[in-house]
Design a protein around this ligand. Structure first.
Ligand SMILES: [Zn+2]
Length: 490
């Protein structure tokens, strides 16, 4: 204030505060053998046995130990969280604790939930969308001990139906790329997206130049002081600052860049949040905290479907587009094979699980809690069983639970990573096929119905552009499983 008087600026003029929120999306595609639960040895991760171990050492552990999760906004993918909890419980607990610390300090959490299987949610049926959201929220509640208010959408892929479902589930905010708005937006403030029946959700559009720079440019993050004094300062909206209005800079990136994709950037992050930004008058905050202080006032429509890493709707994960080089015709073929399988299995699930469950789909939405023991079998069956209890027929109960487990793996088979890259002959598409095979096994065992034949036939249409293999070849190359778990291959 004294300085302001000295510089002649009237003392009643309030300088608008600039806030900074860094969001890290922490996630690794699930790669375990679904029949054994074990990760394969990954030679590229040497001297570590697999990439999860390597990335833990380079990124998750140092960021946790340096307290970086306390200051940023973050989502920890459920499948990664489950692995960390098992393999590195100290790192896992420190990451979860960050949200608790943030709640104690600010009254709101800084952890966000994630759609459970990193599914491109606009491409899913309404029923599958609901399950992805419900499971993501159950997982969050179990891990953090409270309900999530924000949800990260895989690849920030979005349509109105998905946002409306989020709102119905009590989610109040998410993050999108600025080009996902239907008209130009000012990313220094959140926006309201009007939804159905008077519902709405708040969207934070991230700062694209800074998020891109932090993700892809080496120099941007080499010095936290320079980052604050030049890169951040350049993005400040002067007119808002002079008018005394608050503003927010959101930087949203994959979390793994802080230490894994970019060595030592965990140190950059620690210095930035503790010294670099505050020393330059920029206050670190989380998204929900900002919403509490400065709720969105402007409305905007979104482009649907759209995503952060594709400029062609969500074609990258569907029909294919120029975002990946070469022939993408394997993408629609693989998606069709998985969709046909899912639809056929859905009919069987409705028919057979419907014998013991009031509403099989409502039961599926709650299945995660039963599977992981977050609720008891008694309460699950009391809510979903016919006559509000587990059937007396043990065979019928087993068949129902096995078909629910099949549904669990059908959801896994749509993990977005299978469609992200340029070719079919890679580990990510192979994993989606492996999860589908696990689902086929879980239908075959209780019902003796062979979903494998049609699936393998459909997979023949998915052809690698760089090797001679097709999807059926990938299926047949999957690890051998004990006899009886799968129908014989024709
Ligand atoms: Zn594209």
């Amino acid at each position: 204030m004294i300085e302001q008087e000295a510089t002649g600026i009237p003392t009643n003029l309030k300088i608008g505060q600039v806030y900074l929120c860094l969001h890290g999306h922490f996630y690794q595609p699930p790669r375990e053998n679904p029949f054994t639960g074990l990760l394969p040895l990954e030679s590229g991760a040497v001297p570590f046995t697999n990439y999860n171990e390597k990335i833990t050492s380079e990124c998750y552990r140092p960021n946790a130990e340096e307290g970086n999760f306390d200051a940023i906004s973050y989502d920890l993918g459920p499948t990664l969280a489950a692995w960390l909890e098992q393999q590195h419980p100290d790192v896992y607990r420190r990451i979860i604790k960050a949200d608790h610390i943030h709640r104690q300090q600010y009254g709101v959490g800084n952890g966000m939930a994630q759609v459970y299987n990193h599914t491109i949610i606009p491409l899913a049926s309404a029923r599958d969308k609901r399950t992805q959201i419900a499971w993501g929220l159950q997982d969050f509640r179990h891990r953090y001990g409270h309900d999530a208010h924000g949800m990260w959408l895989a690849e920030t892929a979005v349509d109105i139906e998905s946002l409306d479902l989020l709102a119905q589930y009590g989610i109040t905010y998410t993050i999108l790329a600025p080009w996902q708005a239907a008209s130009p937006v000012d990313p220094s403030e959140p926006y309201i997206i009007p939804l159905r029946n008077g519902r709405s959700i708040t969207v934070f559009f991230y700062n694209a130049p800074l998020s891109g720079g932090v993700s892809f440019d080496w120099h941007t993050t080499s010095d936290a002081n320079v980052f604050a004094s030049s890169y951040l300062k350049e993005q400040v909206v002067k007119s808002k600052q002079e008018a005394g209005e608050a503003q927010l800079i959101v930087i949203a990136t994959d979390g793994e860049l802080y230490g894994h994709h970019k060595p030592w950037r965990d140190k950059f992050l620690a210095y930035l949040v503790n010294h670099g930004a505050p020393n330059h008058g920029i206050e670190i905050c989380s998204l929900e905290y900002y919403m509490r202080m400065h709720p969105a006032t402007k409305e905007v429509q979104i482009r649907e479907p759209s995503a952060w890493s594709c400029g062609h709707g969500v074609d990258r994960w569907n029909s294919g587009c120029e975002c990946t080089e070469g022939d993408s015709s394997w993408k629609p073929a693989l998606r069709q094979a998985l969709t046909n399988l899912n639809q056929h299995a859905s009919q069987l699930f409705e028919q057979y699980a419907g014998e013991a469950l009031d509403d099989p789909w409502a039961a599926r939405d709650d299945y995660l809690s039963l599977r992981y023991g977050w609720e008891t079998a008694e309460t699950f069956w009391a809510r979903h069983g016919k006559q509000h209890r587990q059937p007396d027929d043990a065979q019928l109960a087993w068949r129902t639970l096995t078909l629910l487990e099949a549904q669990y793996y059908h959801q896994y088979s749509f993990t977005s990573c299978g469609f992200f890259f340029e070719d079919l002959d890679r580990i990510e598409p192979r994993n989606d096929i492996a999860f589908a095979r696990r689902a086929i096994s879980l239908t075959w065992q209780p019902l003796g119905i062979n979903l494998q034949r049609d699936f393998v036939n459909d997979l023949r249409a998915a052809k690698s552009g760089r090797s001679n293999v097709n999807g059926a070849d990938l299926y047949k190359q999957l690890p051998v499983v004990p006899q009886g778990l799968l129908p014989p291959l024709d």
